[in-house]
Ligand binder design. Structure first.
Ligand code: PBG
Ligand code: ZN
Length: 328
């Protein structure tokens, strides 16, 4: 008989398959759950995001209730996004001492000191025009004028007790500006998880409903990366490391798993994949329609990110995975 490869020998039983499995199972401690917290007088405020079934905008109190349930099922880390009561052209809500994210951080850290609280550092939710930086009348987003505002925001989050700050604005030099400001403020031990490789992606659509941060005019293509570029991801990653980033995010995740792998092969810091709102909504919508096995696709999509090289995952499925005991 002619010799041929019998790959099936190691696939016959579940025991053999787990024995030879290359990518370890998902762990609760690798997962980061995003929350949208709203500045509102209505303590019971909870509003489902139409384009993200199962995800809600939450008042501080509802955030606390929701996190309480998730902590009971093993929640390890969260990333917070704020929706302020008012917006302006300087994003003052982003760095207000009693801003919505600052208050949420204090609340969560007081009740659960060991819950990892990460904050998204950006200005778009707080700017009346919805851009991630200071806007000129001609529509240009200014880089250097934005840096002090980002630095102030990061410092205010860290002072409120954030365990890690995650700048997502894509301005050049922001990691250096934030590191400097944190150090000057005595916050030398606060790590920066940089959204180093962030593409100008249509997959953020549902998030912008959730965070009420759609730009009023134009798009984000002058600061977020061109989806057609891969080599540029390494330039961005290395620049952020040079400026003092402690860990990096690649975003979106699934459609960019080649980028995850590429970055993984060139840097040695922890790497985070952000499975963004549009990735969530696609899986959720098909699941709700009965077109796919949602649980299986959820797990497969995240295993794919781990296999591509991610150490940790930001995913809106975190709560479900924990509640349904789909992770260890
Ligand atoms: C803010 C920010 C965005 C996301 C994370 N931080 C939106 C954007 O850049 O437009 C996207 C997250 C998601 O889609 O789940 N800059
Ligand atoms: Zn932004």
């Amino acid at each position: 008989m002619t010799a041929f490869h019998r790959g099936r020998r190691l696939r016959w039983t579940p025991e053999l398959r787990t024995l030879v499995r290359e990518t370890p199972p998902l762990l609760a401690e690798d997962l980061i759950m995003p929350y949208f917290v709203v500045e509102t007088a209505d303590a019971d405020f909870r509003k489902e995001i139409p384009s993200m079934p199962g995800q809600c905008q939450l008042s501080l109190q509802e955030l606390e209730n929701q996190v309480a349930r998730a902590v009971d099922t093993g929640l390890h880390a969260v990333i917070l996004f704020g929706i302020p009561a008012t917006k302006d052209e300087q994003a003052s809500g982003a760095y207000a001492e009693d801003g919505i994210v600052q208050r949420a951080v204090r609340l969560l850290k007081r009740r659960w000191p060991s819950l990892l609280v990460i904050t998204d550092v950006c200005l778009c939710e707080y700017m009346s025009h919805g851009h991630c930086g200071v806007l000129m009348p001609d529509g240009a987003v200014l880089n250097d004028a934005t840096l002090p505002l980002l630095a102030k925001t990061a410092v205010s989050h860290a002072e409120a007790g954030a365990d890690m700050v995650a700048p997502s604005d894509m301005m050049d030099g922001r990691v250096a500006a934030i590191r400097q400001a944190l150090d000057d403020g005595g916050l030398t031990e606060t790590p920066i998880l940089s959204y180093a490789v962030k593409y100008a992606s249509a997959y953020y659509g549902p998030f912008r409903d959730a965070a009420e941060s759609t730009p009023a005019c134009g798009d984000r293509k002058s600061y977020q990366m061109d989806p057609a570029n891969a080599r540029e991801a390494l330039i961005e990653a290395l620049a952020d490391l040079d400026e003092g980033a402690d860990a990096l995010i690649v975003k979106p995740a699934g459609p960019y798993s080649d980028i995850l792998r590429l970055v993984r092969e060139h840097v040695n810091v922890p790497l985070c994949a952000y499975q963004v709102s549009g990735e969530y909504s696609l899986i959720r919508a098909a699941g709700l329609n009965g077109w796919i096995d949602e649980r299986a696709v959820m797990l497969e999509s995240l295993t794919g990110l781990k296999r591509a090289g991610a150490d940790m995952l930001i995913t809106y499925f975190t709560e479900t995975l924990l509640k349904e005991r789909l992770v260890r």
